[in-house]
Design a protein around this ligand. Structure first.
Ligand code: SF4
Length: 220
């Protein structure tokens, strides 16, 4: 179990899955650069978090809910959690409310669904936090994409849970090591907000120069 001082942000999972160097630059070296993608994402989240608690029939919507898992060492904030009235034994008790309520996390994303499943991993991390906080089992949540303007249900399968837990473990290893990995230039560098800070081509060039030096030395 982790303590409060060792908790890491759920959002770091996304940085880690994208590029370990980017994750270390942000979460170890506190480097951050805005680009079009990050600004659009922040604007969307501001609009979501500006909302209030709403209650409609058998559903209570709570925005900006703080999340924590001491088992995974993660913390963050849910865009929206809908608590849907559940049958006894399947949900959690809520202060000032009768009955039991099953949480359904909803994460807002700009753009459209990605080729990888990192958005699902981030949502699953939220669900794992809620499960630990409320002692419930959450089968499903949803991602809402701005470009599509509709929800995509996400099932929290055993495979997705394992992937999320493994990534959380790797995140702690990376941060605990205190070391920023070297750059590895690839197509994703073009959309990276830290490309100017990282200078991946320069790093690649230095690596090549070093190999050439070694070859030259061996030839001698
Ligand atoms: S520029 Fe490329 S190597 Fe550097 S942090 Fe971004 S994705 Fe990683």
């Amino acid at each position: 179990m982790y303590s409060d001082e060792n908790l890491l942000m759920i959002s770091a999972l996304q940085h880690l899955a994208f590029c370990e160097r980017q994750c270390a630059l942000i979460h170890l070296e506190q480097q951050w650069e805005e680009n079009r993608h990050t600004v659009l994402g922040e604007l969307l989240h501001e609009r979501v978090h500006a909302g209030e608690k709403e209650s409609r029939g058998d559903c209570i919507s709570i925005r900006s809910l703080r999340l924590v898992s001491y088992r995974l060492g993660l913390t963050g904030q849910a865009d929206l959690v809908e608590f849907q009235r559940s049958i006894p034994g399947k949900g959690a008790s809520l202060p000032g409310r009768d009955g039991q309520w099953l949480p359904y996390p909803v994460e807002y994303k700009k753009g459209k669904p990605k080729a990888d499943n990192i958005d699902e991993v981030q949502l699953c991390a939220q669900a794992l936090c809620l499960e630990e906080q409320l002692s419930v089992k959450i089968p499903e949540g949803a991602l809402f994409y701005g470009a599509k303007k509709r929800r995509h249900p996400v099932s929290f399968s055993p495979e997705l849970r394992k992937q999320t837990e493994d990534l959380a473990g790797r995140l702690h290893e990376l941060i605990h090591s205190g070391k920023t990995p070297p750059a590895d230039y690839s197509s994703k560098c073009k959309s990276c907000s830290l490309v100017e800070v990282c200078q991946p081509k320069w790093n690649e060039m230095m690596k090549r120069t070093r190999y050439e030096e070694l070859l030259f030395t061996e030839d001698e």
